[in-house]
Design a protein around this ligand. Structure first.
Ligand code: BGC
Length: 374
């Protein structure tokens, strides 16, 4: 047993002793455990989900965020495979580049922060060059404190975003539920309802390094994507509206390929690495295969399944060497995101799968992060 695991087990045991725990056979849910407070004094709490296979997930009420994800390798040694911080202040600082959070109301970009809906124009904050990114500046979903309720094998976070928050119309009732099972699958279920038509696009923004958060690079990870096409983008990363084949481009991950194999072809571009939305093949109401990521050294494998039509591959191009959990440094390209989502700027591209939620409808999506080792 390595030292990290031993330390964690001791911490985990005391959490177990002093906190209420929930759950049936196999998966135990512990919490709420105090994690600190936001700058305005709101308490932030963490819940711990643990199965009998050595997997542990921690989720917190600030941003309905996945803060830790401990996964066994091929010989059973666990490592925390997601980037994050040890305290709330760091999560609220500019060191935090959406680590592990729930992103929205509309994840990814909206061109010039403008869209028209039922004849009315809406204007949103510009926080990414000329564009709106990840739901805004002060009250995007990653920056608010959600309510938490333990459920079987997990935690359900809820938040009502009031009409007009960050410029979006409608009171939006949101629920994000994380559950863990005995097959080492972390499942995220998203739900939303509204009282006015409004765009919704929710994702989880975890940064993965399957060798452990803080390991030098993900360029040697092997990636496969269930995508034959992508949405080309302009110099500000807004889709041109075209859908093109990945064939013959560095975006072809239809067969398992090293992440770093062709990345240098993208370094001189506006993307500075991978920062692209891929069109996923077959979609349905049940989550289907979207991506497979493997760290050849540890043998850890992440398989992503989703109901979403797209996935943004982002190779941590703008990570800046900030210090994260346990004093580890997060260098450029030391982690990557697989953001299951609707296509960027869908509100301004009527031929993209629609993102408008109307009163009476329920937005539902599911993404599963399934882990194995080989
Ligand atoms: C975007 C990147 C951005 C990153 C962190 C990703 O979803 O596509 O361009 O830098 O999030 O903010």
């Amino acid at each position: 047993m390595n030292k990290l695991f031993l330390t964690f087990s001791v911490v985990g045991f005391s959490v177990f002793l002093f906190n209420p725990s929930y759950g049936g056979a196999g998966v135990i849910v512990m919490g709420p455990t105090p994690f600190g407070a936001t700058a305005d004094g709101t308490a932030v709490e963490v819940y711990t989900l643990r199965n009998s296979k050595g997997m542990i997930a921690k989720v917190m009420t600030l941003g309905a965020t996945l803060t830790e994800l401990h996964v066994p390798d091929r010989v059973g040694i666990t490592a925390d495979v997601v980037l994050g911080f040890d305290n709330v202040a760091d999560y609220q600082s500019d060191k935090n580049q959406y680590f592990g959070c729930t992103t929205g109301r509309v994840a990814n970009r909206i061109a010039r922060g403008k869209f028209k809906l039922d004849g009315r124009e809406y204007t949103l904050a510009l926080n990414n060059g000329p564009n709106h990114l990840h739901g805004g500046v002060k009250r995007s979903l990653d920056k608010v404190v959600w309510k938490a309720q333990p459920v079987a094998n997990g935690v359900r976070f809820t938040y009502t975003s009031p009409d007009g928050e960050e410029g979006y119309p409608g009171n939006l009732n949101l629920a994000v539920t994380y559950t863990l099972n005995e097959n080492n699958e972390l499942r995220i279920d998203y739900e939303a309802t509204t009282d006015k038509p409004t765009p919704v696009n929710l994702t989880n923004h975890s940064y993965f390094n399957l060798a452990g958060a803080g390991a030098a690079t993900v360029l040697d990870h092997i990636l496969e994507l269930a995508a034959d096409e992508y949405t080309p983008a302009d110099e500000t990363l807004i889709p041109t509206g075209k859908i093109e084949s990945v064939k013959g481009t560095p975006l072809d991950f239809t067969r398992p390929t090293r992440v770093g194999e062709r990345i240098e072809q993208l370094l001189e571009t506006q993307f500075n690495g991978y920062d692209h939305n891929f069109v996923l093949r077959k979609r349905g109401r049940t989550p289907t295969f979207a991506a497979r990521l493997k760290d050849p050294k540890s043998g850890r494998v992440l398989t992503v399944l989703t109901t979403q039509p797209g996935i943004q591959l982002y190779t941590g191009n703008f990570l800046k060497g900030q210090t994260g959990k346990g004093g580890r440094v997060y260098a450029q390209r030391s982690a990557l995101c697989l953001e299951t989502q609707h296509f960027p700027d869908s509100v301004n591209h009527p031929h993209f799968p629609p993102v408008i939620l109307r009163p009476g409808q329920t937005y539902r999506h599911t993404t599963i992060f399934a882990f194995s080792a080989e």
